[in-house]
Design a binder for this molecule. Sequence first.
Ligand code: GLN
Length: 251
Amino acid sequence: MNQIDFSLNIAHLYPDLLNIYGDFGNILAFKNRCLWRGIEINVEEIKAGHRINPDEFDFYFIGGGQDIEQYMASEELLKNKERLKKAAENNVPMLAICGGYQLFGHYYRISKEKNLDGISILDCYTTAGNKRLIGNISGVCSYLTKDDVDNTVVGFENHSGLTYIKGDTKPFLKVIKGFGNNGKDKTEGARYKNVFGTYLHGPLLPKNPVFCDYLISLALKRKYKCNIPLVELADTVEEKAHEACLKIAGK
Ligand code: GLN
């Protein structure tokens, strides 16, 4: 069965600045899991200088990068801050990975002298730590609650920033194995409304098809104002990848 009456517009924020560890694979997974169901997809790459129209997009994605690229991305994000906040308040799903995640919070303090302002969609802040938190990571996602569904999420983290969340912003995952936001409080990532920030590269969505479908469902529900059950996909390879990563990270 095709879901041909539906279409989604994706904004890929600053792919030329923030795209490491194959973060682009997240766009491919989101896009293909829609196309396989007959859902039409348009992807627009948002580059420096682009003024975002918040009513135009149904899903926003931003990848990770090193501090130097984050400087440039921070400047560009700040120019679109109010428009992106408007979209977030309107429940548009967004996924921000690692360096992008840090910039969706209030700030990333690199040192006493160097501070990068974020766009404060997520109520969190990041300070540079003195060691890298690196390795495979697994966690439990409480939103993926259906009985028959594996609600573990797996990925690979590599960051020195330590993130702390507060207020209405809640953790994305409870860490099973790995460091997560700061290596201490067992939280990983953040969620506010339909905006998700996470340190999980991997890329995240190909390894976690259940979470990818969750994002697609959120985007469809917001756009069409009703629940649209997704057509089941075979997912044999995806489930194998997920299981293999879970094994590497540890349950
Ligand atoms: N520069 C950031 C850190 O190390 C983000 C790195 C990344 O996106 N992988 O904390």
